[in-house]
Write a protein that binds this ligand. Structure first.
Ligand SMILES: [Zn+2]
Ligand SMILES: [Zn+2]
Length: 423
């Protein structure tokens, strides 16, 4: 069965995370987005784990459902579907190796509460799991990989957003130059990396050392509407073991749904305080210093990939799963209307579209354009068409600043609106 999975989100116990990241909120928004399997996030947090144990029911195949009494009835009929949870957590390791401070985020997946609790027990002795849904531990990422496997051979360890400058295994600021430098003899246990919002498979294909790795994509959502902004497409039966096998072997791993990498917060280099955004070439010309304030520039993902790559852009490894680039529907609507994403204007178009056409992925990827126009506006129709064709303009993100999507020139937008009025 073909289905979409988002394996990395956060609970309301994580810092800067919305209250709607409750089991109920995640369950509801997974349906609105079109996600069948969704990570619980934060299983290392004792309170959250308690809440999960109370509200989730094991299916018996490593996945969980939300118990009936916690299911709400505010999901439009057109989006209603079964949602399964998978136990997931993210851990931040800060440590020193090879003369440098390392900050590496990792996602861990577990097949059942017992496996999650065995890992939690060991980690409790290393640091405080209660202070944050994504705990910070003074622990070598390689050691975390070992502990993850010791807790259960069925656990899966995935380096999170592997290219972001400050908190990732390959990032420019505190990462390594290869997976091997970080995990050494345990490297064969790394089956997947998360490409993160600022890179896509095309960029990762430039490293021959990643050919055996499955490139996964997750939302890392801190609020429910952001669930599924990146996700994975599986074609397996619905079970933890089948999904893990697909990640390990790529068989049954169809591919990913991706941000346009330019939209990610760290695609280009730059200095946010000074509003400076630079391509890798420009950064080198400026000697890695901000041309405004002379401080060090934050080196983005594009630059970092360029540095570690051993192939030109455009190479595609044999049998590499495919990917589709999307712009989240609320952003498409906001761009069409020239208003903020989190506004009432957007919501008054977003929900009717879902009610009439089905979940967000259906609208973005499959709905006939005529239907989108009927349920929305001609601007949304045209915007979705352009997104599907990849003919959108994005001012690349840099140093923590998201890229800015532009689907229409002002002139074009006005032209389309004029046509609308004529009809
Ligand atoms: Zn992270
Ligand atoms: Zn500056």
């Amino acid at each position: 069965m073909r289905f979409i999975a988002d394996l990395h989100v956060h609970s309301h116990y994580s810092r800067a995370t919305s209250k709607d990241m409750s089991p109920e909120g995640i369950w509801k928004w997974a349906q609105l987005k079109g996600i069948t399997v969704i990570g619980t996030g934060d299983f290392t947090h004792p309170q959250w784990l308690k809440e999960l144990k109370e509200k989730l029911k094991p299916v018996g195949n490593g996945l969980f459902t939300l118990r009936k009494k916690f299911q709400t009835d505010d999901v439009p009929l057109s989006c209603k579907s079964d949602v399964y949870f998978i136990l997931s957590a993210e851990i931040s390791c800060i440590y020193s190796k090879n003369g440098k401070t390392r900050k590496v985020h990792s996602v861990v997946l577990a097949p059942d509460f017992a496996a999650a609790e065995r890992l939690n027990l060991v980690l409790t002795r290393i640091g405080n799991l209660k202070s944050d849904g994504r705990p910070i531990l003074g622990l070598d990422a390689k050691k975390l990989l070992q502990l993850t496997l010791d807790a259960s051979p069925e656990n899966l360890y995935i380096p999170a957003h592997a290219w972001t400058p400050h908190f990732s295994v390959l990032g420019a600021a505190s990462g390594f130059d290869s997976l091997f430098e970080c995990y050494e003899e345990l490297t064969p246990n790394i089956y997947a990396i998360e490409t993160g919002l600022s890179s896509d498979p095309l960029m990762n294909w430039r490293l021959s050392s990643l050919d055996r790795i499955t490139l996964v994509s997750n939302s890392d959502a801190h609020s429910a509407p952001k669930i599924g902004r990146e996700a994975n497409i599986f074609d397996t039966d619905l079970s933890y073991a089948s999904m893990m096998s697909a990640i390990r072997t790529k068989k049954g791993f169809v591919g990913t749904i991706e941000f346009f990498p330019e939209e990610g917060k760290y695609h280009y280099d730059g200095h946010r305080d000074c509003g400076v955004s630079l391509t890798p070439k420009e950064t080198i010309k400026h000697d890695y210093l901000c041309p405004v304030c002379n401080k060090n520039l934050t080196i983005g993902v594009m630059h970092r990939v360029e540095k570690l790559a051993d192939r030109e852009l455009g190479f595609r490894p044999r049998n590499a799963p495919s990917f589709t680039s999307i712009i989240p529907l609320p952003e498409i609507i906001a761009e069409g209307l020239q208003c903020g994403v989190n506004t009432k204007k957007v919501r008054t178009l977003y929900f009717p579209l879902l009610e009439q056409l089905g979940n967000e992925f259906k609208v973005l990827l499959h709905a006939p354009l005529d239907d989108i126009e009927r349920a929305g506006t001609v601007l949304i129709r045209e915007a979705v068409a352009r997104m599907r064709a990849g003919t959108v303009h994005i001012a690349p993100g840099y140093d923590g600043e998201y890229g800015k999507v532009r689907i229409f020139e002002d002139k074009e937008r006005n032209e389309i609106i004029k046509q609308m009025k004529r009809i």
